[in-house]
Write a protein that binds this ligand. Structure first.
Ligand code: URA
Length: 210
């Protein structure tokens, strides 16, 4: 019979997965430590782990839901049709993609683009939280309900969340529609335009003295 060693930590003292991630101080350390993750079933089916892309010192972070087919192929977030629209949304409020950081709640593609399951979100969200702790942006733009619910730790609808600032820890969070939803419902683009203008105003206020 295999017995625990004399100096094994009692399980109540073992670090929680989130505390464990504190030891990774840069995005590249966190990426190296998590890129082969198999904590959930998506680790078996993905082609590429889609960690995130952009400026480690970004003051604006965009958080989407999960990689799609094109993102899974390339290992980069928002490079398909939704990504094209996202680039246009950013340009409309005078951001270049290179000055922001873009990532998703889930780092591996759900098969057939199905919605992520709650246990997949629970497994992957600590990676997102650690990314945000490392980057320490001034503003987070949550793209769609999955991202907003994961950041705000609620189950609210888009209507309830958009149009006003929220907080993740001490950081302002603005919620808007996911670009894929805008491709399906172009009449929501007007609301997204209002949301990203609000995001730009808050960003300018928070960054005025930087
Ligand atoms: N949809 C997302 O939520 N994220 C991506 O990276 C691509 C599409």
């Amino acid at each position: 019979m295999i017995q625990g060693g004399l100096f094994d930590e009692p399980s109540s003292l073992a670090p929680s997965p989130e505390e464990d991630l504190q030891r990774y101080k840069t995005l590249s350390e966190l990426y190296e430590a998590t890129k082969n993750c198999k904590k959930c079933r998506l680790g078996e089916t993905r082609k590429n782990y889609v960690f995130g892309e952009g400026n480690e010192k970004a003051k604006l972070v965009l958080v989407g839901e999960a990689p799609g087919a094109e993102e899974d192929e390339q290992g980069l977030p928002f490079v398909g049709r939704s990504g094209q629209l996202l680039n246009n949304i950013l340009a409309a409020v005078k951001f270049q993609r290179s000055e922001v950081y873009i990532c998703n709640v889930i780092k591996s593609r759900p098969p057939n683009n199905r919605n992520p399951e709650p246990d997949e979100i629970a497994a992957c969200a600590p990676y997102l939280y650690r990314q945000l702790e490392i980057i320490r942006p001034k503003v987070i733009l949550a793209l769609g309900r999955v991202a907003a619910n994961a950041l705000l730790n609620n189950n609210q609808s888009m209507q309830a969340m958009r149009g006003k600032p929220h907080k993740w820890r001490n950081i302002d969070v603005i919620v808007t529609y996911h670009p894929a939803a805008l491709l399906r419902n172009p009449n929501w683009k007007r609301l997204c335009w209002e949301d990203v203008q609000l995001m730009r105003r808050i960003y300018d206020e928070k960054c005025a003295n930087d």
